[in-house]
Design a protein around this ligand. Structure first.
Ligand code: HH2
Length: 262
């Protein structure tokens, strides 16, 4: 999954793709580099980010979704109005970092479509989530949350085979908690739903490399994390640097098979 952030303030690429033409070209490039789907988002969720309203989010993403007609697209939003419009424009997946908790109408919008949905774990909300994250056991807590959100989604009429889950790396978690979630990803895989992991360029990677105040991580560190997640059963990786990740995963997969070709 390649990331297309149509935002002025995303943590690693804010402002680079605010012009629709630039965002569209970027999305097409990510597909050419091997992305199976591109995740278009109009609101940053980095720690401390300022919320935007639905009109502004629509203004940012609609021209990009129109320009990416024919490309597999996911919409990164927690607003039902944005998801509804994106689905009309052909989006195949609703990537909701609030796991259907942010907008009371979101579950019905997804249920009324044929779309896939990604349910992500987040403790707190973006503005304050990194203040003092606390868990009894981060893996069991995230697992319990995702089980509850899957049950809620199914109750709302979303078919279980349309649901994927995400541990929400960096969303209300310390670097050690993020690493524990990646290390024990098999516990999430055991839920029986595909697991999406987004660790690309995140600050935990910079912390591992020795900068306690890091706000981002390098491309190489992101690729290392993607391979580690893949080896522990991640089904999709949400990444900014598609070519590098696809090449690394192709090698990791070939080693897993013991054969060059499938
Ligand atoms: N991470 C970000 C945004 N959306 N969605 C899922 N499912 N999983 C993630 O880990 C995830 C996500 C944050 O990354 P980015 O979009 O690059 O930054 P920002 O939120 O600042 O726009």
């Amino acid at each position: 999954m390649g990331v297309v952030n149509v935002t002025p303030d995303s943590f690693s690429d804010g402002g680079l793709f605010m012009a629709p033409a630039d965002a569209i070209e970027h999305g097409q490039r990510l597909v050419a580099e091997g992305a199976a789907i591109v995740d278009v988002g109009g609101e940053s969720t980095r720690p401390g980010a300022v919320a935007v309203d639905a009109d502004e989010e629509l203004r940012r993403v609609v021209p990009v979704l129109e320009g990416l007609a024919g490309v597999s697209v996911s919409i990164d939003t927690s607003k039902a109005a944005v998801a509804r419009r994106a689905l009309e424009l052909g989006a195949e997946l609703v990537n909701d970092i609030t796991a259907l908790r942010g907008d009371p109408e979101m579950a019905a919008v997804v249920a009324g479509s044929d779309a896939y949905v990604c349910l992500m774990h987040m403790q707190g909300e973006p503005r304050t989530m990194q203040a003092a994250p606390h868990y009894d056991d981060v893996v069991s807590d995230v697992l319990g949350f995702l089980e509850e959100r899957i049950a809620f989604a199914v109750e709302c009429g979303i078919r279980e085979e349309r649901i994927c889950v995400d541990p929400g790396i960096g969303f209300g978690k310390t670097p050690d908690q993020n690493l524990e979630l990646l290390r024990r990803l098999d516990a999430l895989v055991a839920l029986g739903r595909p697991v999406l992991v987004g660790v690309s360029r995140k600050s935990t990677l910079g912390t591992i490399l020795g900068d306690p105040g890091a706000t981002t991580g390098t491309v190489s560190a992101s690729v290392g994390a993607a391979v580690a997640a893949f080896e522990r059963g991640a089904w999709m990786l949400r990444v900014h640097d598609v070519r590098e990740t696809v090449e690394a995963l192709a090698v990791a997969a070939a080693v897993g098979r013991g054969q060059v070709t499938v």
